[in-house]
Design a protein. Structure first.
Length: 260
């Protein structure tokens, strides 16, 4: 028996998502159905899927799933998009609080952009291959390169995906462009491909550039495949705090999909 599922399509710098409002869907979706929705040739097409749900104390609750149907760790661009959904369709104000996996997070609108408060980063590790590893809500490996446009992201990213742990991590290829500017391309686990932007990866790259003394600024501009994003943070004795990610969040279209 087929079921009809209303959805909203958004993207943040080309990192695209399907958003489902729990108030409009009274049943649970399984991993196969989530994967079907995210498939680009047979579904809506997306890097991930999010549920917007009610919350007793905060503005809403966010749940995030990879395009392969698996539940995922935090997604920075997804968070910005679901905040924009709340502004567009739920009447939220410019200052917003939401829950992800029991952690309260903050966001606000800045002109035509959305800024979210990312997790603090307690440590940056150097791996045996001299790459850096840090967790910004999702685990990321940073690989410094000189010509990021020439990198074969999918083959090289796949080769490094499990270099740090059995659970695997995202792999970011990052090029220094100037005193406070980076270019980045990311291989994302769960998508198992390059995405046009990755919010947690962009945040990881900015902090790694400061940690590795490649950039002295604490406000950094990053050029992803899908557009520009900005990260600011404060170094502290415990790592990095007051970490913010800013970028566009765009409503693409709204529709209904039939699922088996």
């Amino acid at each position: 028996m087929n079921v009809k599922v209303p959805f909203y399509k958004y993207h943040g710098a080309g990192n695209d998502f399907v958003i489902i409002d729990r108030s409009e869907v009274s049943f649970e979706l399984n991993a196969k159905q989530i994967k079907q929705i995210c498939e680009r040739r047979y579904g809506v097409g997306a890097d991930g899927l999010m549920f917007y749900d009610c919350h007793n104390e905060l503005d809403f609750k966010m749940m995030y799933f990879n395009s392969d149907g698996s539940e995922s760790s935090f997604c920075g661009n997804g968070a910005r998009c679901i905040v924009q959904f709340g502004i567009d369709h739920k009447g939220l104000s410019d200052a917003i609080t939401f829950d992800f996996n029991g952690t309260p997070l903050g966001a606000k609108r800045k002109d035509h952009l959305i800024e979210i408060n990312m997790s603090n980063v307690s440590r940056v590790e150097r791996l045996d291959n001299d790459n850096l590893f840090l967790d910004t809500g999702s685990p990321h490996q940073i690989v410094w390169v000189t010509e990021v446009d020439k990198i074969e992201v999918e083959s090289q990213g796949r080769a490094l995906r499990y270099a740090f742990s059995p659970a695997g991590c995202n792999v970011n290829f990052v090029e220094l462009l100037g005193k406070n500017k980076l270019a980045i391309r990311t291989y994302e686990r769960g998508v198992e491909a390059e995405t046009h932007a990755c919010g947690t990866g962009i945040t990881a790259a900015a902090i790694a550039a400061y940690f590795d003394q490649k950039i002295a600024a604490t406000e950094i501009e990053l050029n992803a495949v899908g557009g520009m994003l900005w990260v600011r943070f404060e170094p502290s004795d415990s790592g990095f705090v007051n970490v913010y990610l800013t970028g566009p969040a765009i409503h693409v279209f709204t529709g209904v999909i039939d699922l088996e």
